[in-house]
Design a protein around this ligand. Structure first.
Ligand code: KG4
Ligand code: ZN
Length: 329
């Protein structure tokens, strides 16, 4: 079954031609740059840029896969969750292509794509496994079950992990997306310099990172050179040493919380295979911490390759493939 998948849920315009997890024929991603000027994704601008780019991205995905449209069996697209206008562009294009070429469509779930994405690097990864999806909009702890079902253990209550990275970056006067910049600055800082709270919330599997973000805000506000009433620009005056320590200490608080909950969930469910997905899964400190904690616990870790962490259409094709394969059995 050859799938053409389209992903437009947020600020990546993406398309992929997919045969199986072992055989992804193309994976084209256009990342919109315009949002860096605004400190976050501007929904209206995102939909407009999807409209401008989608045809070229789909054509490139088919070309580089050397696959004419006639050979496609299913046109899959991200049906949600995501920005309404952005989703609408992908859905309309998918339905139009399918209608013109006489193909079937499949409405895929974005989070299921992230949860499964490690299987694109590790095609032998079979359910059940526990997947932690850490992206800009979601922090979800999901059991990928053997029968093709997804059981959500915990979800984001407020700021998702990536959103907290982006908002802390904004407080520090850094551009969107903040995650990679915080990670770079953190490499020069001391993760034990500031004791930001770890929101473990032991009575639930849900996540909440807005308190850590607020703790960073209060810490910065108490520095006289930051709190001079000039807002974001004044963060430059606090100096590179403190900025690096804030980044390292904030990152440590988020990573420790994520890893602790993931490992506890593995213990609770008895599942021995764990994986990550989503843009924050690019974070090297998170990846290393998961690997070392899993080693102590005797768990097998399946990390997605970098190209499959942030939004992409190969994972959407995989989500469709996964559901369709289970439907047939
Ligand atoms: O999965 P994704 O591309 O989009 C959503 O579905 O939301 O994730 C984007 C998020 C952004 O919040 C970005 O700051 C974060 O992933 N991110 C990172 C890193 N690279 C991207 N966060 C921490 N460390 C990184 N290296
Ligand atoms: Zn995503």
């Amino acid at each position: 079954m050859k799938i053409l998948a389209i992903e437009t849920s947020c600020d990546e315009t993406a398309a992929s031609v997919f045969l199986s997890p072992r055989n992804v024929l193309s994976n084209v991603v256009h990342s919109q740059k315009i949002h860096s000027l605004f400190g976050g994704v501007v929904p209206e601008l995102a939909s407009r840029e999807h409209l401008e780019r989608i045809n070229a991205v789909v054509a490139e995905a088919l070309d580089s896969a050397k696959t004419p449209l006639e050979q496609i069996d299913v046109v899959a697209y991200t049906d949600g969750p995501g920005l309404v206008g952005s989703l609408l562009v992908g859905r309309t294009v998918a339905h139009t292509i399918a209608w013109l070429a006489g193909k079937k469509t499949f409405a895929a779930d974005h989070i299921e794509g992230h949860a499964l994405s490690a299987a694109l690097k590790w095609p032998g990864l079979c359910p059940p496994f526990l997947s932690l999806v850490v992206s800009g909009g979601h922090t979800d702890l999901i059991v990928v079950e053997a029968g093709g079902k997804f059981r959500y253990l915990g979800r984001t209550r407020d700021d998702a992990a990536g959103e907290a990275f982006d908002k802390v970056a904004k407080l520090l006067g850094l551009k969107y997306p903040g995650g990679p910049q915080i990670e770079n600055l953190a490499a020069r800082g001391n993760p034990a310099a500031i004791n930001f709270p770890r929101p473990f919330m032991r009575s639930t599997w849900d996540f909440s990172f807005s308190g850590v973000k607020t703790a960073v805000l209060y810490y910065l506000r108490d520095i006289p050179s930051y709190a001079d009433g000039k807002g974001l620009r004044s963060s430059r005056k606090i100096g590179p040493r403190i900025i690096a320590d804030v980044c390292a200490s904030f990152q440590a608080a988020v990573v420790e919380t994520l890893v602790e909950k993931l490992i506890r969930a593995a213990r609770f469910t008895g599942i021995k295979k764990i994986s990550l997905g989503g843009g924050v899964a690019l974070n090297k400190t998170l990846r290393k911490s998961v690997v070392s904690a899993a080693g102590v616990e005797g768990l097998k870790v399946f990390l997605p390759s970098n190209e499959h962490c942030a939004d992409n259409a190969a994972m959407i094709a995989l989500a469709a493939y996964h559901r369709l394969s289970h439907r047939r059995h």
